[in-house]
Design a protein around this ligand. Structure first.
Ligand SMILES: Nc1nc2c(c(=O)[nH]1)N=C([C@H](O)[C@H](O)COP(=O)(O)OP(=O)(O)OP(=O)(O)O)CN2
Ligand SMILES: [Zn+2]
Length: 136
């Protein structure tokens, strides 16, 4: 793949791993760190410029750092989100970030472009020393 776009950001959220036999089963919070790496065979128009000069707009990739009231994950109670429910492990959140980020990027593509060459890798740190990666 000729291009790899990489961006990192954090969001602060609370969660409970329902049914967990230990402290993680109680309400607590994390500063989650996210790294997104998106590879592409070609350059495309994006949400803010119609010439083919980007893999995707960094602004589109960083949707999750927005406040939950604006469609992101910052200052959310993650268990309240219908796509996550009570299973808010790093594994489930990373898969959700993968699905939702690709969906948002593909929304900006031209008609007839299915984005089949786009590959996304999500790395999600729940704590400074514990990370989950998700890619296909
Ligand atoms: N495979 C997973 N294991 C755990 C997850 C997870 O999402 N996937 N989550 C938790 C809890 O959310 C917990 O808050 C994080 O636990 P941990 O990494 O153990 O964090 P600590 O820094 O509190 O751990 P120390 O005991 O201080 O090392 C648990 N497991
Ligand atoms: Zn936790």
């Amino acid at each position: 793949m000729p291009w790899t776009l990489s961006t990192e950001f954090t969001f602060d959220s609370a969660h409970t791993i329902t049914g967990y036999d230990g402290p993680c089963g109680r309400l607590h919070g994390h500063t989650y760190r996210v790294r997104l790496q998106l590879t592409s065979e070609r350059l495309r128009p994006s949400a803010h410029v119609r010439r083919s000069i980007m893999v995707a707009d960094f602004k589109t990739l960083k949707w999750a750092k927005k406040d939950v009231t604006q469609g992101g994950l910052d200052h959310a109670y993650l268990n309240d989100l219908p796509d996550l429910g009570d299973d808010t492990t790093a594994e489930v959140i990373a898969a959700y970030l993968h699905r939702e980020t690709l969906r948002r990027v593909k929304e900006t593509l031209d008609e007839g472009d299915d984005g089949a060459d786009l590959r996304l890798r999500v790395s999600l740190w729940e704590t400074p020393d514990s990370c989950c990666e998700y890619w296909e």
